[in-house]
Design a protein around this ligand. Structure first.
Ligand code: HPA
Ligand code: ZN
Length: 333
């Protein structure tokens, strides 16, 4: 088996994907038409040309605008279903999916509309594609603590359908400390917790996510490498980092893929995983991310397998399910 065949054959878990970031322009146009919502583009080509980002904020502005066409439960279902079809193509057998309720509730869309549409797609993914999944609700960190508390309140009614809470959107200027109290309340309510930290923000934000939010995983975290003491902590605690290589490239976190630190992190013993983040905007789904780092960093087949094993170990699946998938990886030639 060559590297490409191995990437395709490996069962993989995705732990960092924003469902609003899987919105392909073709589907965006179809839903905009169905809902009679105007979008500022004439064609799919024009949309794709707008996807030229120079930092996180330049992406977020376009990402939130795209989400505006999502109105009905069926829209959220269609969005998630299209993503699950991509999972099936890439042999992603399990996905823990972020959604941003505030992006929708702030436009007058009911929380129930969002979660019911996503939940139905998750159920169909299990029965029709054999793909398991969990939903992770993210708070938008550019909004207030109070708004996050209100969102958590709404989520309590759907506790059984949401495994964890997370923190996303504009990182710099919105440190994890801003959400210490709301995360404490979420943990008390029984949610697991994750947070974006150390993508554009400094290593200090990763410390805060660990110490103040008490996260189970760090999303991105690639800037942790700037702080040797933090690296020791991550390694000692086997703290997973959900790394998103194509995202880091497109948002200019790295200049080119050869400079990406995922292989160095892996070699130093950090529990890194590969993820797609916002695949429709960043030019690729799971396997595209694996291929990009394999080509740029000359990853070995053992390293590719380790990354896939890490994805299951770092997931919120049961220990039994983790063991089953990991033994399939070991069984690959
Ligand atoms: N970072 C922060 N917020 C986000 C991202 C990201 O990479 N993708 C979608 N929302
Ligand atoms: Zn993200």
């Amino acid at each position: 088996m060559n590297h490409l065949e191995l990437i395709r054959a490996l069962p993989k878990a995705e732990l960092h994907v924003h469902i609003e970031g899987t919105f392909e322009p073709e589907l965006m146009f179809a839903i905009a038409q169905r809902n009679k919502v105007a979008i500022p583009y004439q064609s799919v080509e024009e949309v794709k040309q707008a996807y030229n980002f120079h930092n996180l904020q330049s992406f977020l502005d376009i990402y939130y605008a795209g989400a505006n066409v999502l109105i009905d439960e069926q829209d959220f279902y269609d969005l998630a279903w299209a993503y699950f079809e991509k999972c099936a193509e890439d042999h992603v057998v399990h996905s823990e999916i972020f959604f941003d309720p505030q992006t929708h509730t702030d436009r007058g869309i009911a929380f129930a509309t969002v979660i019911n549409g996503l939940q139905k797609a998750c159920e169909d993914a299990k029965t029709k594609l054999g793909i398991t999944s969990h939903l992770i609700m993210c708070f938008l960190r550019h909004l207030s603590e109070e708004a996050a508390f209100e969102t958590l309140e709404q989520a309590l009614a759907y506790k059984d359908q949401i495994i964890a809470v997370g923190l996303d959107s504009s990182e710099i200027g919105h440190p994890p400390a801003k959400f210490e109290r709301v995360f404490a309340k979420a943990r008390e309510a029984g949610f697991l917790v994750v947070a974006h930290a150390g993508e554009e923000g400094p290593a200090e934000y990763v410390w805060e996510a660990l110490d103040l939010l008490k996260v189970n995983r760090i999303d991105h975290g690639v800037r942790s490498e700037e702080d040797p003491e933090l690296m020791q902590r991550l390694i000692a605690e086997k703290m997973p980092l959900t790394v998103c290589p194509l995202s880091n490239l497109k948002l200019c976190v790295v200049e080119n893929m050869q400079q990406h630190n995922i292989r160095r992190l892996l070699q130093q013993g950090v529990h890194v995983t590969v993820n797609s983040d916002d695949p429709s905007y960043f030019g690729g789904y799971m396997n595209d991310n694996f291929i990009a780092i394999t080509e740029a960093l000359d990853l070995s087949q053992e390293e590719l397998k380790q990354l896939a094993i890490n994805s299951f170990e770092a997931s919120f699946m049961s220990e039994t399910e983790k063991t089953q998938w990991i033994s399939k990886i070991h069984a690959l030639a």
